[in-house]
Unconditional design. Structure first.
Length: 90
């Protein structure tokens, strides 16, 4: 579930960038994902790290029927506790 929430956050940010830059299509996006650990109920025993495989599935699901539908996502796991967009190709 957390992977899907992160995918939604990433897609929302990309759509915002596309709108600002008046992009009709984004062909590829490079992302760096740190050890993002989330708990939906704030209990430490329920913490879980983001799965890249699940994140990719979430991105494919959420981007369907959007300008990001054919976007190729290059996701790299890095140290740290956040995520960042490192490159966008239109």
């Amino acid at each position: 579930m957390h992977d899907f929430m992160l995918a939604k956050e990433i897609v929302d940010k990309l759509l915002e960038i596309a709108k600002e830059k008046k992009l009709e299509k984004i062909s590829s996006v490079s992302l760096e994902i740190g050890s993002i650990v989330l708990a939906h109920d704030d209990l430490p025993e329920h913490l879980e790290d983001i799965s890249i495989e699940n994140l990719e599935f979430g991105l494919k699901s959420i981007t369907r029927n959007t300008i990001l539908e054919d976007t190729v996502f290059d996701i790299k796991k890095v140290s740290g506790e956040s995520w960042t967009i490192t490159n966008i190709s239109a």
